[in-house]
Design a protein around this ligand. Structure first.
Ligand code: CMP
Length: 221
């Protein structure tokens, strides 16, 4: 629990008391944690696994965020009275969550300025990212959005391997399409082009970037 950034400034004593109030829950891959519109009753902290936050519209999906071990989500609706979930949440792999009841979370926020500051800091970062997403959807073409998504996935989820970076998360072309507001076929086309240019290689559904600089320079801002 020490490794969860949200709680990192709490004293040992506070950490011990808050962790005794966690519920631990296991989920399979592609389990829905909640739907947009549900009344929010708890905060989720990821012990292990990956969660996708997304909105749907008939058949289309837009991914708003991907969260992994140490991240929290579900704070928006529980910070508002009778607040409802602003998006859907689904696991992308088998995952374990800690959940904290709204009342417990409230109590600790009231007690701990450090926890409050952390929450704000993370929220500001998420707002910044959301602005970036609005910018990209408005001003970048589809090809550049796909290139940028691959580049950012490598930066955020990549593991350096000699001169390459391996994105260890297994993402389908459809998942990448959902992240940038396009269709699967466009992702397949751009990834193929990157493979032909030997900028990336795909093995076992994992993307390895062999030339980060070349990838970045292809994004047309
Ligand atoms: P809540 O509204 O309770 O349920 C959905 C959760 O997804 C929300 O709380 C946030 O934790 C998270 N979330 C919603 N929109 C975004 C976004 N644009 N960026 C990051 N996280 C988000």
């Amino acid at each position: 629990i020490r490794n969860i950034p949200l709680f990192q400034d709490l004293s040992d004593e506070e950490l011990l008391s808050i962790s005794s109030l966690f519920f631990e829950r296991k989920y399979k891959k592609n389990a829905i944690l909640f739907f947009e519109g549900d009344v929010g009753e708890e905060l989720f902290v990821i012990k292990s696994g990956t969660v996708k936050i997304y909105r749907i519209d008939n058949t289309k999906q837009i991914t708003l965020a991907l969260f992994r071990s140490g991240d929290f989500f579900g704070e928006m609706s529980i910070m508002q009275k009778d607040g409802t979930r602003s998006a859907n949440a689904e696991t992308l792999e088998p995952s374990v969550m800690y959940t904290l009841k709204r009342s417990t979370f409230y109590e600790y926020i009231g007690r701990s300025p450090a926890l409050c500051m952390r929450l704000l800091e993370v929220t500001m970062n998420r707002l910044r990212r959301a602005n970036e997403q609005i910018h990209d959807l408005s001003f970048l073409d589809v090809r550049s959005r796909i290139l940028k998504a691959v580049y950012q996935l490598a930066q955020e989820y990549g593991e350096p391997k000699q001169d390459s970076v391996q994105i260890t998360m297994k993402l389908t072309h459809q998942e990448i399409a959902n992240m940038v507001g396009t269709v699967r076929e466009s992702v397949t086309k751009v990834l193929q082009e990157l493979q032909d240019d030997r900028i990336i290689a795909i093995q076992n559904k994992q993307i390895r970037i062999d030339n980060m600089d070349a990838l970045r320079s292809k994004i047309a801002y």
